[in-house]
Design a protein around this ligand. Structure first.
Ligand code: KG4
Ligand code: ZN
Length: 331
């Protein structure tokens, strides 16, 4: 069975071809134009998806050596994401579905991340997934495909957003995660303290906006020259606090939720310091922590094709009237 996956929820235009559960191609174009604005500009994102989508899909199909007529279904991200961006992928998929007479399957972007660790890898259900991206920071209990529930979420910013906003405060580029990771490389991660907030209403929930404000207050104390000298120490300390916050909550969830397997997925899971510290947690608990391959951490259509394949196996297809949705409430 051959599935074409399409992902356009934010600033990655991506298409992937999957055959019988194996990824043949995964073409990802990250729109670099947003870098100079310090974040994703929604109107530019939609316009660039529109400019690129046909080329990206063509490349994914041609490089996989399949023919358009070989495709059995088109899996496309329906949300959450930027409505204008989602509409480009969704409308393209709908047109193609009519053109080749094959079904369309609307996929939640979050489902994509939740199962991204199963590409080229096996994780037994049930598992706990810490999903850490630019838009979401959540802990899920994943019992199987079409069977998962949320256990914890952020009450304000997502972890990726904390990296992105932090990078902006430090004068670094977007996306902030890889920039802060680079700046932190030789820094002293204990030099500055950023308090990990306790969320009274649900202690398992995350909160990152206070850390970002603390970073702003700290940087305001420095002249530009001194800030540059201290950049690696500040970046390392800030990164460490975000990571500790993520792993502390994950550890609390693991204390009450028995499981043998954990998946850490989403853009922030590409962070190498995070992976090292997660491995320490793994040793402390009797669990195995899995990470997706680096190319499946940030947004990609392979994870969408993968979920589409699983849905196709149980005939869970969509109709042509499906609409994009912007937030998780509609999942
Ligand atoms: O999953 P993703 O591509 O998009 C969303 O679904 O949001 O995640 C993007 C986020 C951005 O906030 C980016 O700064 C963060 O992932 N990110 C990282 C790293 N690579 C990407 N954060 C920390 N360290 C990284 N190496
Ligand atoms: Zn994502």
């Amino acid at each position: 069975m051959i599935i074409l996956g399409i992902e356009t929820s934010c600033d990655e235009t991506s298409a992937s071809v999957l055959k019988d559960g194996k990824i043949l191609t995964n073409v990802v174009n990250t729109q670099l134009i947003h870098s100079k604005y310090g974040g994703v500009v929604p109107s530019l994102a939609s316009k660039n998806h529109e400019k690129l989508i046909n080329h990206i899909v063509d490349k994914a199909i041609n490089d996989s050596k399949i023919k358009l007529s070989d495709i059995d279904a088109i899996a496309v991200t329906q949300g959450p994401g930027l409505i204008g961006s989602l509409m480009v992928g969704l409308n393209y998929a709908k047109g193609l579905s009519v053109g080749i007479g094959k079904p369309i399957i609307g996929i939640s972007h979050l489902e994509g991340h939740l199962f991204s660790g199963l590409i080229d890898n096996n994780i037994n259900f049930p598992y706990i997934c810490l999903l850490v991206s630019g838009g979401h920071t959540q802990i899920w209990q994943v019992n199987g495909f079409n069977n998962y529930k949320i256990l914890s979420t952020t009450v304000d910013d997502a972890a990726g957003e904390a990296f992105d906003k932090g990078a902006r405060i430090l004068g670094l580029k977007y996306p902030g995660g890889p920039e802060i990771e680079k700046a932190a490389l030789n820094g002293d991660n204990k030099k500055y303290q950023f308090t990990i907030p306790y969320v009274k209403s649900n202690p398992l929930n995350f909160s990152f906006s206070g850390m970002k404000t603390a970073l702003l207050y700290l940087t305001n104390k420095f002249t530009k020259v001194d800030l540059n000298k201290e950049l690696s120490n500040i970046a390392a300390s800030y990164q460490e606090s975000i990571i500790d916050s993520l792993l502390n909550k994950l550890s609390d969830v693991l204390d009450i939720q028995s499981t043998s397997n954990v998946l850490i997925a989403g853009g922030v899971s590409a962070n190498k310091r995070f992976r090292i510290k997660a491995n320490k947690l793994e040793k402390g608990k009797n669990i195995k922590i899995h990470f997706p391959d680096f190319k499946y951490c940030t947004d990609n259509a392979a994870m969408i094709a993968m979920v589409g394949y699983k849905k196709m196996l149980i005939d869970d297809i969509s109709d042509l009237n499906i609409l994009p949705f912007s937030s998780i409430e509609h999942v």
